[in-house]
Design a protein around this ligand. Sequence first.
Ligand code: FE2
Length: 426
Amino acid sequence: MDFVIRNASLADGRHGVDIAIEGERIAAVGANLPARGVREIDAGGDLVSPPFVDAHFHMDATLSYGLPRVNESGTLLEGIALWGELKPQLAQEALIERAMQYCDWAVARGLLAIRTHVDVCDDRLLAVEALLEVKRRVAPYIDLQLVAFPQDGLLRSAGAFDNLKRAIAMGVDVVGGIPHFERTMAQGAESVRLLCEFAADKGLMVDLHCDETDDPLSRHIETLAYETQRLGLQGRSTGSHLTSMHSMDNYYVSKLIPLIAEAGVAAIANPLINITLQGRHDSYPKRRGMTRVPELLAAGVPVAFGHDCVMDPWYGLGSGDMLEVAHMGLHVAQMTGQAAMRQCFLAVTETPARILGLQDYGIAPGCHADLVLLDAGGPVEAIRLRAARRLVMRRGQVVSEAPPMRASLQLPGRPESVDFRLTRKE
Ligand code: FE2
Protein backbone atom coordinates (compact mmCIF):
# COMPACT_ATOMS: atom_id res chain seq x y z
CA MET A 1 0.00 0.00 0.00
CA ASP A 2 1.13 3.57 -0.62
CA PHE A 3 -0.46 4.97 2.51
CA VAL A 4 -2.19 3.54 5.58
CA ILE A 5 -4.06 5.56 8.18
CA ARG A 6 -4.37 3.60 11.44
CA ASN A 7 -6.97 3.80 14.19
CA ALA A 8 -9.39 6.33 12.68
CA SER A 9 -12.96 7.11 13.65
CA LEU A 10 -15.54 7.56 10.89
CA ALA A 11 -18.51 9.91 10.72
CA ASP A 12 -20.95 6.95 10.83
CA GLY A 13 -19.76 6.10 14.38
CA ARG A 14 -17.22 3.36 13.63
CA HIS A 15 -13.98 3.48 15.63
CA GLY A 16 -10.59 1.76 15.40
CA VAL A 17 -10.68 1.71 11.61
CA ASP A 18 -7.62 1.42 9.33
CA ILE A 19 -7.76 2.93 5.83
CA ALA A 20 -5.38 1.57 3.18
CA ILE A 21 -4.69 3.61 0.05
CA GLU A 22 -3.20 2.34 -3.19
CA GLY A 23 -2.57 4.91 -5.91
CA GLU A 24 -5.52 7.28 -6.20
CA ARG A 25 -8.09 4.97 -4.56
CA ILE A 26 -9.00 3.58 -1.17
CA ALA A 27 -8.12 -0.12 -1.28
CA ALA A 28 -9.43 -1.33 2.08
CA VAL A 29 -11.22 -0.09 5.20
CA GLY A 30 -11.40 -2.18 8.37
CA ALA A 31 -10.02 -3.00 11.80
CA ASN A 32 -6.36 -4.05 12.10
CA LEU A 33 -5.66 -4.28 8.37
CA PRO A 34 -2.57 -6.46 7.79
CA ALA A 35 -1.44 -4.30 4.84
CA ARG A 36 1.74 -2.24 5.34
CA GLY A 37 2.03 1.21 3.87
CA VAL A 38 5.02 3.02 2.40
CA ARG A 39 3.81 5.80 4.67
CA GLU A 40 1.68 5.14 7.75
CA ILE A 41 0.15 7.58 10.18
CA ASP A 42 -1.65 7.01 13.45
CA ALA A 43 -4.93 8.92 13.60
CA GLY A 44 -5.06 8.25 17.34
CA GLY A 45 -8.83 7.74 17.19
CA ASP A 46 -9.44 11.02 15.35
CA LEU A 47 -12.11 11.47 12.70
CA VAL A 48 -11.40 10.73 9.05
CA SER A 49 -14.08 12.13 6.77
CA PRO A 50 -14.49 12.39 3.04
CA PRO A 51 -13.74 15.99 2.00
CA PHE A 52 -16.04 18.89 2.70
CA VAL A 53 -18.32 19.89 -0.15
CA ASP A 54 -19.78 23.37 -0.63
CA ALA A 55 -22.99 23.12 -2.66
CA HIS A 56 -23.53 26.86 -3.01
CA PHE A 57 -20.88 29.51 -3.59
CA HIS A 58 -20.11 32.63 -5.63
CA MET A 59 -16.49 32.36 -6.65
CA ASP A 60 -16.66 35.22 -9.16
CA ALA A 61 -17.24 37.67 -6.30
CA THR A 62 -15.15 36.09 -3.57
CA LEU A 63 -12.40 38.08 -1.81
CA SER A 64 -13.61 41.30 -3.44
CA TYR A 65 -14.78 42.76 -0.12
CA GLY A 66 -14.50 46.57 -0.12
CA LEU A 67 -14.36 46.83 -3.94
CA PRO A 68 -15.41 49.43 -4.92
CA ARG A 69 -16.93 50.12 -1.48
CA VAL A 70 -18.40 48.31 1.53
CA ASN A 71 -22.09 47.29 1.76
CA GLU A 72 -23.25 49.87 4.33
CA SER A 73 -26.83 48.64 4.83
CA GLY A 74 -25.80 44.98 4.89
CA THR A 75 -28.81 44.04 2.80
CA LEU A 76 -29.11 41.59 -0.09
CA LEU A 77 -30.35 44.33 -2.41
CA GLU A 78 -27.44 46.71 -1.68
CA GLY A 79 -25.13 43.73 -2.22
CA ILE A 80 -26.64 43.10 -5.67
CA ALA A 81 -26.36 46.84 -6.48
CA LEU A 82 -22.75 46.88 -5.28
CA TRP A 83 -21.88 43.84 -7.38
CA GLY A 84 -23.45 45.72 -10.34
CA GLU A 85 -21.06 48.62 -9.66
CA LEU A 86 -18.08 46.28 -9.50
CA LYS A 87 -18.97 44.21 -12.58
CA PRO A 88 -17.87 46.71 -15.28
CA GLN A 89 -14.54 47.14 -13.47
CA LEU A 90 -13.77 43.42 -13.24
CA ALA A 91 -10.49 42.40 -14.77
CA GLN A 92 -10.17 38.76 -15.73
CA GLU A 93 -6.69 38.20 -14.28
CA ALA A 94 -7.61 39.77 -10.92
CA LEU A 95 -10.78 37.66 -10.73
CA ILE A 96 -8.81 34.49 -11.49
CA GLU A 97 -6.20 35.43 -8.89
CA ARG A 98 -8.84 35.98 -6.18
CA ALA A 99 -10.56 32.68 -7.03
CA MET A 100 -7.23 30.82 -6.99
CA GLN A 101 -6.42 32.31 -3.58
CA TYR A 102 -9.82 31.16 -2.28
CA CYS A 103 -9.16 27.66 -3.65
CA ASP A 104 -5.89 27.60 -1.68
CA TRP A 105 -7.88 28.38 1.46
CA ALA A 106 -10.45 25.72 0.52
CA VAL A 107 -7.81 23.00 0.20
CA ALA A 108 -6.33 23.94 3.59
CA ARG A 109 -9.85 23.58 5.03
CA GLY A 110 -10.35 20.15 3.40
CA LEU A 111 -12.97 21.62 1.05
CA LEU A 112 -12.35 19.76 -2.21
CA ALA A 113 -15.63 20.16 -4.13
CA ILE A 114 -17.48 23.42 -4.75
CA ARG A 115 -20.57 24.30 -6.79
CA THR A 116 -20.19 27.96 -7.68
CA HIS A 117 -22.71 30.20 -9.39
CA VAL A 118 -21.23 32.50 -12.02
CA ASP A 119 -22.99 35.66 -13.13
CA VAL A 120 -23.96 35.62 -16.82
CA CYS A 121 -25.58 39.11 -16.89
CA ASP A 122 -22.56 40.63 -18.61
CA ASP A 123 -22.42 40.34 -22.39
CA ARG A 124 -18.63 39.86 -22.21
CA LEU A 125 -19.10 36.71 -20.07
CA LEU A 126 -15.80 37.66 -18.53
CA ALA A 127 -16.51 35.93 -15.22
CA VAL A 128 -17.60 32.76 -17.06
CA GLU A 129 -14.34 32.65 -19.01
CA ALA A 130 -12.37 33.34 -15.83
CA LEU A 131 -14.05 30.61 -13.78
CA LEU A 132 -13.75 28.07 -16.60
CA GLU A 133 -10.02 28.82 -16.50
CA VAL A 134 -10.00 28.43 -12.69
CA LYS A 135 -11.88 25.14 -13.03
CA ARG A 136 -9.18 23.88 -15.41
CA ARG A 137 -6.33 25.03 -13.15
CA VAL A 138 -7.70 23.56 -9.89
CA ALA A 139 -9.02 20.31 -11.42
CA PRO A 140 -6.15 18.25 -9.92
CA TYR A 141 -7.25 19.18 -6.41
CA ILE A 142 -10.80 20.63 -6.44
CA ASP A 143 -13.96 19.51 -8.24
CA LEU A 144 -15.40 22.85 -9.35
CA GLN A 145 -18.94 22.78 -10.73
CA LEU A 146 -20.22 25.97 -12.40
CA VAL A 147 -23.82 27.22 -12.46
CA ALA A 148 -24.89 29.77 -15.10
CA PHE A 149 -26.50 32.39 -12.87
CA PRO A 150 -28.50 35.33 -14.28
CA GLN A 151 -27.93 37.57 -11.24
CA ASP A 152 -30.02 40.48 -12.58
CA GLY A 153 -32.95 38.28 -13.63
CA LEU A 154 -33.45 35.97 -16.61
CA LEU A 155 -36.32 38.08 -18.00
CA ARG A 156 -35.58 41.36 -16.20
CA SER A 157 -32.08 41.70 -17.65
CA ALA A 158 -31.86 42.11 -21.43
CA GLY A 159 -29.99 39.28 -23.11
CA ALA A 160 -29.66 37.20 -19.94
CA PHE A 161 -31.18 34.01 -21.39
CA ASP A 162 -28.98 34.20 -24.49
CA ASN A 163 -25.94 34.75 -22.27
CA LEU A 164 -26.94 31.80 -20.09
CA LYS A 165 -27.22 29.57 -23.16
CA ARG A 166 -23.81 30.78 -24.39
CA ALA A 167 -22.30 30.03 -20.96
CA ILE A 168 -23.68 26.48 -21.06
CA ALA A 169 -22.28 26.04 -24.57
CA MET A 170 -18.87 27.20 -23.26
CA GLY A 171 -18.85 24.40 -20.67
CA VAL A 172 -20.76 25.67 -17.63
CA ASP A 173 -22.37 22.65 -15.98
CA VAL A 174 -25.65 23.65 -14.33
CA VAL A 175 -28.64 25.92 -15.14
CA GLY A 176 -29.25 28.68 -12.56
CA GLY A 177 -31.87 31.36 -11.98
CA ILE A 178 -33.30 33.92 -9.57
CA PRO A 179 -37.10 33.98 -9.93
CA HIS A 180 -37.77 36.24 -6.90
CA PHE A 181 -35.70 38.99 -8.55
CA GLU A 182 -37.85 39.10 -11.71
CA ARG A 183 -40.28 42.03 -12.06
CA THR A 184 -43.43 40.14 -11.03
CA MET A 185 -44.38 36.84 -9.42
CA ALA A 186 -45.72 35.77 -12.84
CA GLN A 187 -42.40 36.55 -14.52
CA GLY A 188 -40.61 34.67 -11.75
CA ALA A 189 -42.75 31.60 -12.40
CA GLU A 190 -42.17 32.02 -16.14
CA SER A 191 -38.40 32.10 -15.58
CA VAL A 192 -38.60 28.84 -13.58
CA ARG A 193 -40.54 27.20 -16.43
CA LEU A 194 -38.10 28.40 -19.10
CA LEU A 195 -35.03 27.35 -17.11
CA CYS A 196 -36.39 23.90 -16.24
CA GLU A 197 -37.42 23.28 -19.85
CA PHE A 198 -33.96 24.32 -21.01
CA ALA A 199 -32.30 22.05 -18.42
CA ALA A 200 -34.53 19.11 -19.37
CA ASP A 201 -33.85 19.68 -23.06
CA LYS A 202 -30.08 19.74 -22.50
CA GLY A 203 -30.03 16.93 -19.91
CA LEU A 204 -28.55 19.27 -17.29
CA MET A 205 -29.03 19.83 -13.58
CA VAL A 206 -30.87 22.95 -12.42
CA ASP A 207 -30.12 24.92 -9.24
CA LEU A 208 -32.15 28.09 -8.73
CA HIS A 209 -31.71 30.85 -6.17
CA CYS A 210 -35.30 30.46 -5.09
CA ASP A 211 -37.31 32.74 -2.82
CA GLU A 212 -34.30 34.39 -1.14
CA THR A 213 -36.64 36.84 0.53
CA ASP A 214 -38.67 37.32 3.71
CA ASP A 215 -41.87 37.56 1.62
CA PRO A 216 -44.15 34.67 2.72
CA LEU A 217 -45.92 34.88 -0.65
CA SER A 218 -42.74 34.29 -2.66
CA ARG A 219 -43.56 30.75 -3.72
CA HIS A 220 -41.34 29.91 -6.66
CA ILE A 221 -40.25 26.73 -4.88
CA GLU A 222 -43.79 25.47 -5.54
CA THR A 223 -43.29 26.16 -9.25
CA LEU A 224 -39.84 24.57 -9.19
CA ALA A 225 -41.29 21.42 -7.60
CA TYR A 226 -44.08 21.38 -10.20
CA GLU A 227 -41.77 21.88 -13.20
CA THR A 228 -39.28 19.32 -11.83
CA GLN A 229 -42.04 16.74 -11.60
CA ARG A 230 -43.60 17.68 -14.96
CA LEU A 231 -40.31 17.51 -16.85
CA GLY A 232 -38.80 14.46 -15.12
CA LEU A 233 -35.97 16.42 -13.49
CA GLN A 234 -36.24 14.46 -10.22
CA GLY A 235 -32.84 14.17 -8.52
CA ARG A 236 -31.35 16.85 -10.80
CA SER A 237 -33.16 19.86 -9.38
CA THR A 238 -32.21 22.05 -6.42
CA GLY A 239 -33.77 25.04 -4.69
CA SER A 240 -31.12 27.25 -3.09
CA HIS A 241 -31.90 29.47 -0.09
CA LEU A 242 -35.72 29.00 0.12
CA THR A 243 -35.70 31.60 2.90
CA SER A 244 -39.31 32.65 2.30
CA MET A 245 -40.31 29.24 3.73
CA HIS A 246 -39.23 30.63 7.12
CA SER A 247 -42.04 33.19 6.88
CA MET A 248 -44.73 31.13 5.16
CA ASP A 249 -48.02 30.13 6.68
CA ASN A 250 -47.71 26.74 8.41
CA TYR A 251 -50.76 25.28 6.69
CA TYR A 252 -49.38 26.11 3.26
CA VAL A 253 -45.99 24.60 4.19
CA SER A 254 -47.72 21.38 5.27
CA LYS A 255 -48.73 21.00 1.63
CA LEU A 256 -45.52 22.38 0.12
CA ILE A 257 -42.91 20.15 1.80
CA PRO A 258 -44.49 16.87 0.60
CA LEU A 259 -44.61 18.37 -2.92
CA ILE A 260 -40.87 19.15 -2.72
CA ALA A 261 -40.16 15.62 -1.47
CA GLU A 262 -42.36 14.02 -4.14
CA ALA A 263 -40.66 16.04 -6.88
CA GLY A 264 -37.18 14.97 -5.74
CA VAL A 265 -35.99 18.56 -5.34
CA ALA A 266 -32.98 19.07 -3.05
CA ALA A 267 -32.63 22.10 -0.78
CA ILE A 268 -29.58 24.17 0.05
CA ALA A 269 -29.64 26.54 3.02
CA ASN A 270 -26.86 29.07 3.47
CA PRO A 271 -26.87 29.64 7.23
CA LEU A 272 -24.20 32.35 7.57
CA ILE A 273 -25.78 34.46 4.85
CA ASN A 274 -29.43 33.75 5.66
CA ILE A 275 -29.03 34.76 9.31
CA THR A 276 -27.17 37.90 8.19
CA LEU A 277 -29.26 39.11 5.23
CA GLN A 278 -32.79 38.03 6.14
CA GLY A 279 -35.02 39.86 8.60
CA ARG A 280 -33.38 43.19 7.74
CA HIS A 281 -36.74 44.95 7.49
CA ASP A 282 -37.91 43.53 10.81
CA SER A 283 -37.67 45.38 14.09
CA TYR A 284 -38.32 42.87 16.92
CA PRO A 285 -38.98 40.01 17.00
CA LYS A 286 -36.55 39.59 14.12
CA ARG A 287 -36.88 36.57 11.83
CA ARG A 288 -33.92 34.18 11.46
CA GLY A 289 -34.74 33.65 7.80
CA MET A 290 -33.19 30.22 7.23
CA THR A 291 -35.45 27.68 5.53
CA ARG A 292 -37.13 24.87 7.50
CA VAL A 293 -34.20 22.48 7.64
CA PRO A 294 -35.35 19.86 10.21
CA GLU A 295 -38.82 19.67 8.65
CA LEU A 296 -37.41 19.21 5.14
CA LEU A 297 -35.02 16.52 6.41
CA ALA A 298 -37.86 14.75 8.20
CA ALA A 299 -39.76 14.61 4.90
CA GLY A 300 -36.77 12.98 3.20
CA VAL A 301 -35.59 16.06 1.28
CA PRO A 302 -31.79 16.20 0.95
CA VAL A 303 -30.65 19.42 2.66
CA ALA A 304 -27.11 20.75 2.31
CA PHE A 305 -25.53 23.82 3.89
CA GLY A 306 -23.62 26.16 1.58
CA HIS A 307 -21.12 28.93 2.34
CA ASP A 308 -22.57 31.22 -0.38
CA CYS A 309 -20.19 34.12 0.25
CA VAL A 310 -16.71 34.79 1.59
CA MET A 311 -15.53 38.40 1.74
CA ASP A 312 -17.68 39.79 -1.06
CA PRO A 313 -20.38 42.50 -1.52
CA TRP A 314 -22.81 40.48 0.62
CA TYR A 315 -20.62 39.18 3.45
CA GLY A 316 -17.34 40.47 4.85
CA LEU A 317 -16.31 37.36 6.79
CA GLY A 318 -15.57 33.67 6.20
CA SER A 319 -12.53 31.58 5.29
CA GLY A 320 -13.80 28.53 3.42
CA ASP A 321 -14.47 26.61 6.63
CA MET A 322 -17.52 24.38 6.10
CA LEU A 323 -17.45 23.48 9.81
CA GLU A 324 -18.18 27.15 10.54
CA VAL A 325 -21.11 26.88 8.12
CA ALA A 326 -22.37 23.70 9.82
CA HIS A 327 -21.91 25.33 13.23
CA MET A 328 -24.11 28.28 12.26
CA GLY A 329 -26.69 26.03 10.56
CA LEU A 330 -26.95 23.87 13.66
CA HIS A 331 -27.61 26.92 15.83
CA VAL A 332 -30.04 28.73 13.54
CA ALA A 333 -32.08 25.54 12.98
CA GLN A 334 -31.87 24.63 16.69
CA MET A 335 -30.60 21.17 15.66
CA THR A 336 -28.92 20.43 18.99
CA GLY A 337 -29.84 16.76 19.49
CA GLN A 338 -27.03 14.25 18.83
CA ALA A 339 -28.62 12.85 15.66
CA ALA A 340 -29.46 16.35 14.41
CA MET A 341 -25.88 17.55 14.97
CA ARG A 342 -24.62 14.59 12.95
CA GLN A 343 -27.04 15.56 10.17
CA CYS A 344 -25.41 19.01 10.17
CA PHE A 345 -22.04 17.35 9.51
CA LEU A 346 -23.58 15.37 6.65
CA ALA A 347 -25.00 18.66 5.29
CA VAL A 348 -21.43 19.80 4.48
CA THR A 349 -20.10 16.41 3.32
CA GLU A 350 -22.20 13.50 1.99
CA THR A 351 -25.44 15.35 1.20
CA PRO A 352 -23.90 18.05 -1.03
CA ALA A 353 -21.74 15.34 -2.65
CA ARG A 354 -24.99 13.64 -3.71
CA ILE A 355 -26.53 16.93 -4.88
CA LEU A 356 -23.47 17.69 -7.02
CA GLY A 357 -23.48 14.13 -8.37
CA LEU A 358 -19.89 13.43 -7.27
CA GLN A 359 -18.72 9.95 -8.20
CA ASP A 360 -16.78 7.56 -5.92
CA TYR A 361 -17.05 9.87 -2.90
CA GLY A 362 -16.72 8.36 0.56
CA ILE A 363 -14.52 6.33 2.90
CA ALA A 364 -14.99 2.90 1.36
CA PRO A 365 -13.00 0.52 -0.86
CA GLY A 366 -12.97 1.73 -4.46
CA CYS A 367 -13.65 5.37 -3.60
CA HIS A 368 -11.25 8.16 -4.51
CA ALA A 369 -8.53 8.55 -1.88
CA ASP A 370 -9.87 12.00 -0.99
CA LEU A 371 -10.15 12.57 2.74
CA VAL A 372 -9.63 14.84 5.72
CA LEU A 373 -8.12 13.86 9.08
CA LEU A 374 -9.65 16.16 11.67
CA ASP A 375 -8.39 17.14 15.12
CA ALA A 376 -11.59 15.77 16.68
CA GLY A 377 -12.96 12.44 17.84
CA GLY A 378 -16.20 12.64 15.85
CA PRO A 379 -18.42 14.84 13.70
CA VAL A 380 -20.06 16.70 16.59
CA GLU A 381 -16.71 17.53 18.19
CA ALA A 382 -15.44 18.59 14.77
CA ILE A 383 -18.31 21.10 14.50
CA ARG A 384 -17.93 22.26 18.11
CA LEU A 385 -14.20 22.98 17.70
CA ARG A 386 -14.21 23.90 13.99
CA ALA A 387 -11.42 21.35 14.25
CA ALA A 388 -8.01 21.76 12.62
CA ARG A 389 -7.46 19.74 9.47
CA ARG A 390 -4.48 17.62 10.50
CA LEU A 391 -4.16 16.22 7.00
CA VAL A 392 -5.98 16.71 3.69
CA MET A 393 -5.56 14.11 0.95
CA ARG A 394 -6.59 14.30 -2.71
CA ARG A 395 -6.28 11.24 -4.96
CA GLY A 396 -3.82 9.65 -2.54
CA GLN A 397 -1.55 12.72 -2.26
CA VAL A 398 -1.28 14.85 0.88
CA VAL A 399 -2.19 18.39 -0.22
CA SER A 400 -2.31 20.18 3.14
CA GLU A 401 -1.33 19.63 6.76
CA ALA A 402 -1.98 21.70 9.88
CA PRO A 403 -1.00 21.38 13.54
CA PRO A 404 -3.71 20.38 16.03
CA MET A 405 -5.20 23.10 18.20
CA ARG A 406 -3.32 23.33 21.52
CA ALA A 407 -2.71 26.06 24.07
CA SER A 408 -0.11 26.01 26.83
CA LEU A 409 -1.12 26.96 30.36
CA GLN A 410 0.87 28.61 33.09
CA LEU A 411 -1.37 27.87 36.08
CA PRO A 412 -0.14 26.38 39.37
CA GLY A 413 -1.51 22.87 39.95
CA ARG A 414 -3.22 22.73 36.55
CA PRO A 415 -2.25 20.87 33.34
CA GLU A 416 0.49 22.28 31.12
CA SER A 417 -1.75 22.45 28.09
CA VAL A 418 -5.34 22.17 26.88
CA ASP A 419 -6.74 20.80 23.60
CA PHE A 420 -10.45 21.47 24.29
CA ARG A 421 -11.18 17.76 23.73
CA LEU A 422 -13.27 15.33 25.77
CA THR A 423 -12.22 11.70 25.55
CA ARG A 424 -15.82 10.45 25.32
CA LYS A 425 -16.46 8.57 22.07
CA GLU A 426 -19.21 9.78 19.77
FE1 FE2 B 1 -26.15 32.56 -3.67
